[in-house]
Design a protein around this ligand. Structure first.
Ligand SMILES: Nc1ncnc2c1ncn2[C@@H]1O[C@H](COP(=O)(O)OP(=O)(O)O)[C@@H](O)[C@H]1O
Ligand SMILES: [Mg+2]
Length: 264
């Protein structure tokens, strides 16, 4: 029942560089998804290359979160194909996507208030030794390092603090710490910075860049074009379930992107 996916996980900083493959890490082809009468995605093509940070932009209701949920296995397409490392793949649950190296963090990430920060970071993926015992000290040590080094949250001095007592921004930072520590291939961030302080946001964006050097690609959903422009290599603007713009950093400017987001 409790099939722990991978207890032999190395920290992100030691993650292997990109798999060396030439094609996209992940590719969606001709995806359609509706919720009852609402067509959330229409004939959508999308791909994530190794070593790139993608900004996913667009107004409310454009379909960004639906796209993120498809890749993380939370919703399934009505039609179309999802390819992972070139192979057609079904993602029926979040566990499916996690096993393929996809990590997702949401604005309202599900954390357990009655548990410590450490327990929340390792929830469902606890580190165990060869006898199956949980490695509490090791997890605590890692949690402490990730909290200080990665998300750099103010006001948290111990990973033993219960999550229920944290502010919204601090909770979000814990979710980010969890995602960052376990992610090694694709990181999906659906408006992760909306509850963060300026300082924590800067730290997160910096970390996304560092992750790229370690061979991790990210998809960042944000309303903040300046944040996107600071770190992203490619910009995708969605409108009414379709992709209306897909440009590399060299091909565009903030002004042009702003026009796309406002006008579409
Ligand atoms: N669970 C759902 N049930 C019904 N409609 C939904 C559901 N999730 C999203 N939608 C609709 O699908 C469209 C795309 O939503 P979403 O992917 O959340 O857009 P975005 O994240 O870009 O704001 C919207 O019209 C939204 O109302
Ligand atoms: Mg959304």
């Amino acid at each position: 029942m409790d099939a722990r996916p991978d207890t032999n996980i190395t920290p992100v900083s030691a993650a292997a560089p990109g798999s060396g493959g030439v094609g996209p890490l992940l590719e969606l082809k001709g995806i359609n998804k509706s919720y009852g009468p609402v067509q959330a995605l229409t004939n959508l093509d999308f791909h994530i290359n190794p070593n790139e940070i993608i900004a996913l932009l667009g107004d409310n209701g454009a379909g960004k979160s639906t796209l993120i949920k498809l890749i993380s296995g939370l919703v399934q397409p009505d039609s179309g194909t999802i390819m992972v490392n070139g192979k057609p793949t079904r993602l029926n649950s979040r566990r499916d996507s996690e096993q393929l190296g996809v990590e997702t963090i949401y604005q309202d990430s599900a954390l357990v208030d009655s548990m410590s920060i450490t327990r929340n970071i390792f929830m469902g993926r606890e580190l165990t030794n060869s006898l199956g015992f949980m490695q509490h000290r090791k997890m605590r040590q890692i949690a402490s390092e990730v909290l200080q080094g990665v998300v750099n949250i103010r006001g948290i001095d111990s990973p033993d603090v219960l999550v229920g007592g944290l502010s919204g921004g601090q909770k979000q930072a814990v979710a980010i710490a969890r995602a960052v520590y376990f992610n090694r291939k694709i990181l999906l961030l659906d408006e992760p910075t909306s509850a963060l302080s300026v300082r924590a946001t800067e730290a997160l964006l910096e970390y996304i860049k560092k992750l790229k050097e370690d061979g991790v690609s990210s998809v960042l959903v944000t309303h903040n074009l300046y944040h996107a422009y600071l770190v992203c290599d490619r910009f995708i603007v969605m409108s009414h379930g379709q992709k209306v713009c897909d440009v590399s950093r060299q091909e565009t400017t903030i002004e042009e992107l702003t026009r796309y987001v406002i006008l579409e």
